[in-house]
Design a protein around this ligand. Structure first.
Ligand code: BJW
Length: 244
């Protein structure tokens, strides 16, 4: 913790996470050299237009990833566990906002969690918006339990051009935060990539980036710690808890 910065015991901590925090649990990131976008085109799988044009292809992509994520969900890593420990032991409010659609924060024990880009573990109907828990495969033949339609069921995830979830709640926690920590995200995708600017403009919070390497927005943070999440996150959590 830098000398100039004092964290009060009732401080609100907001943590933004991205794919890098789950990389050591065996899940691919998006924009690293061997990441998901090196294998499939964003415009073929992660837009509403792609789903309209070729729903079978989009379903097969998400069926494959959902199966992989369900297996990994049994293995939250030391970074996920450290954030759950922070939430349990810190006297103030700790909120984790994740861009990830995996369930590793939940299985690691985090409770105050916002999934701004949705989750693999739900499906919803594009026709009536009815959402249901989902584990297996989905196809264009899947029937919606809500309206009975066929062909509308889709992964409950946020594609490019769609509005991320819970933005009102996110804005409220960003405005009230005293410590903002960004973990394992490249800073390419908005609005998440703009949260550091929101917090910086409010001018109240200390801001820290924990990542394998400096992200696109690294210069905007008060400080950065670089290395694998399973090392830098537990060590940073220890530092924060040592201020108690
Ligand atoms: C490690 C590590 C280890 C590796 N340890 N670290 C022009 C300008 C600005 C914005 C736009 C624009 N044109 C369009 C837009 C908006 C658009 C956007 O941002 N586009 C940009 C690409 C330009 N955004 C949207 O469309 C969003 N919606 C929106 O803006 O609505 C309008 C609106 C806004 C606000 C209010 C009201 C309305 C929606 C974005 C949806 C993103 N969806 C995806 C797919 C989700 C489902 C799925 O998983 O399939 O979300 S795309 C993908 O990227 C996924 C991720 O959540 C997201 C972010 O990726 P992330 O997590 O940062 O991963 P990587 O791979 O990029 O980075 C990993 C990092 O980890 C790297 O830095 C590594 O170094 C590091 N790392 N191993 C620690 N072991």
């Amino acid at each position: 913790m830098p000398q100039s910065f004092t964290l009060e015991k009732n401080s609100n901590i907001v943590i933004l996470t991205g794919a890098g925090i789950s990389q050591e649990s065996g899940l691919e990131t998006f924009r690293d050299p061997d990441g998901i976008w090196s294998k499939v085109r964003v415009e073929d799988v992660a837009t509403p237009e792609a789903f309209k044009k070729n729903p079978d292809y989009v379903h097969s992509f998400y069926n494959m990833r959902r199966a992989r994520h369900l297996i990994a969900a049994a293995n939250p890593n030391d970074a996920h566990m450290a954030l759950a420990r922070l939430e349990t032991q810190w006297p103030g409010q700790v909120t984790v906002i994740t861009q990830n659609v995996d369930s590793l924060h939940e299985s690691g024990g985090t409770q105050n969690l916002i999934h701004m880009h949705g989750v693999h573990s739900k499906a919803r109907c594009d026709h009536c918006q009815h959402a249901v828990p989902w584990e297996g495969d989905m196809s264009t033949a899947t029937v919606c339990e809500g309206c009975g339609d066929v062909g509308g069921m889709r992964p409950h995830v946020v594609w490019f051009g769609e509005t991320p979830l819970e933005l009102g709640r996110i804005q409220a926690v960003l405005v009230a935060c005293d410590l903002f920590v960004s973990i394992g995200t490249s800073g390419n995708v908005y609005p998440a990539a703009g949260f550091i600017s929101v917090v910086q403009q409010i001018g109240r919070a200390h801001t820290v980036e924990l990542n394998l390497e400096p992200s696109l927005g690294a210069a905007l943070f008060s400080e950065g710690r670089y290395g694998p999440a399973t090392e830098v996150v537990p060590s940073y959590v220890d530092e924060v808890l040592a201020t108690l």
